[in-house]
Ligand binder design. Structure first.
Ligand SMILES: NC(=O)c1ccc[n+]([C@@H]2O[C@H](COP(=O)([O-])OP(=O)(O)OC[C@H]3O[C@@H](n4cnc5c(N)ncnc54)[C@H](O)[C@@H]3O)[C@@H](O)[C@H]2O)c1
Length: 327
């Protein structure tokens, strides 16, 4: 089916701006209309691949043409002005997780959406929600039947300098493990209370100017009465690690990883390999919403993602204070 061409702007010129831009460039009926970099030159250099002009601010990009939507792919500390400018102009956006380094800024932005443009179409990059296996988990799991859940994101220290600075990334649980927290909420319901213990084991051993915790474990009480634990570390050597979330229920055990879902019941076990590309589906749902106004395919919007951010930020506060905190 032929579509009216959508004009999409991109903010950010890093790894994930490239990932989204490549998907958009292959999508029928989409024009990458401009790229905002931390300098105009960076925007222009990135834009060459997509035949798109570069800009030094969202203000400039949105002033020079009519945009149907914008992808925001900047590190956690760079949020705020970008979103406010788009909300002011009523331009829909897909923003990469996490929404910020704390929970206050996203709440302010949510308030601004409600004030200026309550119907604004937003989507947040919790892409695992678009997997077939996660759809299956949502179908089979009933929060009231879950006893407990355990999850983890165990890996190495990412290369990006901003990631290793607490004030720029928010730390591993807010920046990365947020995916697992979001999946827990999506499949098992809301969180009521968190208690976190974080530590720094080898902060400067390999990487200079690192001040994020490199190990941590968070116990979460769910509203359903279930209990969950999610741990993370970035002390492992490059390329070594695992991520996943397991649910222990009266009906059996469900072990999810980004690549497969193992179901273990009294009748035996089976493994479902993940075949979908959730990033493509995420973009399809967002573009469909832009074209039709039908947002039912968007599985994480700004308001919902604020709840995940509240959990991850409260975990940091718990770790710093040594206290269990109710949300
Ligand atoms: N959903 C996922 O699977 C996934 C995967 C990777 C990254 N991400 C998220 O995407 C975001 C970006 O990560 P990345 O890996 O692309 O980082 P990166 O370091 O590769 O790129 C970040 C880019 O943002 C630019 N930038 C910073 N501030 C800016 C501003 N105010 N205006 C315009 N550009 C600005 C930088 O110059 C850089 O080009 C992060 O929040 C990260 O968590 C999500």
């Amino acid at each position: 089916m032929r579509h009216v061409t959508l004009k999409i702007g991109i903010v950010g010129t890093g790894w994930f701006a490239g990932k989204h831009a490549d998907i958009l460039a292959k999508t029928d009926g989409v024009e990458i209309a401009g790229v905002v970099g931390s300098s105009k030159n960076k925007g222009e250099v990135f834009g060459i691949r997509y035949d798109a002009p570069g800009y030094e601010s969202v203000f400039q990009m949105a002033d020079s043409q009519k945009l149907d939507g914008v992808y925001i792919c900047v590190p956690p500390m760079a949020h705020g002005e970008i979103e406010r400018e788009l909300i002011e102009r009523g331009i829909p956006f897909l923003v990469e997780k996490p929404l910020g380094t704390d929970a206050e800024l996203p709440q302010d932005i949510l308030g601004f959406i409600r004030l200026k443009s309550p119907e604004l179409i937003t989507s947040v990059g919790y892409h695992f929600r678009y997997q077939d296996n996660v759809a299956r988990l949502q179908e089979v799991l009933q929060p009231g039947r879950i006893g407990m859940a355990t999850g983890q994101w165990m890996g190495d220290m990412p290369q990006a300098k901003w990631w290793r600075r607490q004030e720029q990334s928010g730390g591993q649980f807010i920046e990365q493990t947020t995916h697992i927290v979001d999946l827990l909420r999506y499949c098992a319901g809301e969180v009521e209370e968190v208690h976190a213990v974080y530590a720094s084991r080898f902060p400067e051993e390999e990487w200079e100017r690192t001040n994020v915790h490199d190990i941590g474990t968070v116990t979460l009480k769910m509203k359903s009465g279930a209990v969950a634990n999610i741990s993370n570390t970035c002390v492992l050597p490059p390329g070594v690690g695992k991520a996943g979330l397991s649910f222990y229920t009266r009906e059996g055990l469900w072990e999810w990883t980004p690549s497969e879902l193992k179901e273990v019941g009294v009748d035996g076990e089976r493994v479902l390999a993940e075949k979908s590309d959730p990033y493509v589906r995420q973009t399809e749902a967002f573009l469909h919403a832009l074209r039709t106004g039908d947002v039912s395919g968007i599985r994480s919007d700004y308001e919902d993602a604020c709840k995940t951010q509240e959990v991850t930020f409260t975990a940091l506060q718990s770790a710093l204070s040594g206290r269990s905190i109710k949300l």
